[in-house]
Design a protein around this ligand. Structure first.
Ligand code: 5AD
Ligand code: SF4
Length: 441
């Protein structure tokens, strides 16, 4: 049998990256080999994102490029999956008739059957029904040889319906994998040399909400903390309203839980937070941050912020800036509000003009850059535990790794340190990384 090649193009969040790994595992079991050369591919899978308009534009411009390949290679199969596929379903064919298969966020486990059908029956297939998502979440994607870190999906979907967000419509309601499944996967990862796991979900803080017998997020990470071979635990994303005192206390108590939390605030204005349906006030958020910082003074806090949500006045925006000044995040992902069809915010009046959104975003980003720089410079003189990932891109004499608080550190050292947890004294802080010196044991 001649070899068949699979090329996967992934857009969007870590959950999509992880979903793509699972697609690869499934199709490899059908005899496909992964290729990074799109011209070699017999099957192309696009895993798309729809969170903001820009992500959609990117996916369609890439699709336009890929579709041209089919003119030269008519037997090429193109599958269009992920959030944008879930959103558009059949309409994808209007944009690109050359697509053979449209599959949604819950249909990954059906890929082999669907691809076979496309091949045998030469028919276009659309499958975007929500069902049996836990089956594809549980597909074990073995980490690449030598991988030190891995993502583990523990839940998916969202019940929150923030007014701007399409995720609940495209990923469906929250559902959690059982703790047994998750622990089993992490043990397998540890056996293959993985030392750091990042637990993934749209709202990990409410993990286990529908499980019977029940198991909450804290119990889950306590159990992961006991797995031999795993040195570091991270998780993302947390919703501030579901961040319990019990979970915050874990940062002072669980030895493997890294001192970093990504806690999207979205806005510093109570009026806007209410319109966004976030379920907390700026004061609630601030007091959670203060509690985290008092339990764990070295914790790094990162966030997401949206500017230009409908009705956001100069005063509201200023309240976001004030909050940033008070908290001084380690870093922030900031976005201009992007209207998503079908979300509640579409019906809100007083849309903010693009020009104004751009200006607010730019100012906010400049402020955040200054804060990130100050935070990183402030680490000078401290000693950080670093998990060495390998050679640094900057210099062949250097290796790089990450601190427990998620900062990149470059320091002089040989590649034999790869995979080790070492102690490094920080000598300089830059905007995107730190520099340090290895402390010899
Ligand atoms: N417009 C702009 N940003 C958005 N996000 C989610 N939906 C939108 C939208 N419609 C941002 C939020 C979220 C992050 C993943 O993307 O800040 O936390
Ligand atoms: Fe979207 Fe809000 Fe759910 Fe996050 S919590 S995925 S922003 S609806």
């Amino acid at each position: 049998m001649s070899k068949k090649y699979l090329y996967i193009e992934t857009f969007g969040c870590q959950m999509n990256v992880h979903d793509s790994e699972q697609m690869a595992v499934l199709m490899q079991a059908e005899g496909y080999r992964l290729t990074s050369d799109v011209h070699q591919a017999d099957l192309i899978l696009m895993n798309t994102c729809s969170i903001r308009e820009k992500a959609e534009q990117k996916a369609f411009s890439e699709l336009g490029r890929l579709v041209k390949l089919k003119e030269k290679k008519p037997e090429l199969i193109i599958g269009f999956g992920g959030c944008l596929a879930q959103h558009l379903a059949d309409k994808v064919y209007k944009r690109a008739a050359a697509v053979d298969l449209v599959f949604g966020t819950h249909n990954i486990h059906q890929l082999p059957v669907m691809i076979e059908k496309v091949q045998k029956e030469h028919k276009k297939i659309t499958q975007v029904k929500f069902f049996d998502r836990l089956r594809s979440l549980g597909i074990f994607a073995p980490p690449p040889e030598g991988a030190l870190s891995a993502f583990v999906s523990i839940m998916q979907g969202c019940d929150n319906y923030c007014a701007y967000c399409v995720v609940p419509y495209l990923r469906g309601p929250e559902m959690s994998r059982t703790p047994e499944d998750i622990l089993d996967e992490i043990r397998k990862l540890a056996d293959r040399g993985v030392k750091e796991v990042t637990l993934l979900g749209q709202n990990v803080n409410s993990y286990g909400k529908h499980l019977d017998p029940s198991c909450n997020f804290v119990t889950l990470i306590e159990k992961i903390n006991e797995i031999d071979g795993i040195d570091r635990i991270r998780f993302t994303t947390s919703h501030p309203k579901d961040l319990s005192n019990e979970l915050m206390d874990c940062f002072g108590q669980l030895s493997k839980l890294c001192e970093h939390i990504h806690l999207p605030v979205q806005s510093g204005s109570n009026r806007i937070l209410k319109l966004m349906n976030r379920g907390y006030t700026a004061q609630d958020y601030l007091s959670k941050v203060e509690r985290l910082q008092s339990i764990c003074p070295q914790i790094s806090i990162t966030s997401d912020i949206i500017v230009g949500f409908p009705g956001e006045t100069e005063q509201d925006y200023q309240e976001t800036i004030d909050m940033m000044e008070k908290i001084r995040f380690d870093s922030v992902f900031s976005f201009m509000y992007s209207e998503r069809e079908g979300t509640a915010a579409c019906n809100l009046p007083k849309k903010v003009p693009l020009q104004e959104k751009r200006l607010r975003l730019r100012q906010l980003q400049l402020l955040q850059e200054a804060h990130t720089q100050q935070k990183n410079t402030g680490l000078k003189g401290s000693v950080q535990e670093v998990l060495v990932e390998g050679r640094s891109k900057n210099s062949h004499q250097d290796v790089m790794g990450r601190t427990r608080c998620w900062k990149i550190v470059n320091f002089k050292g040989g590649s034999e340190l790869t995979g080790d947890l070492v102690r490094v004294e920080i000598t300089r802080g830059f905007l995107h990384s730190l520099r340090g010196e290895l402390i010899k044991p």
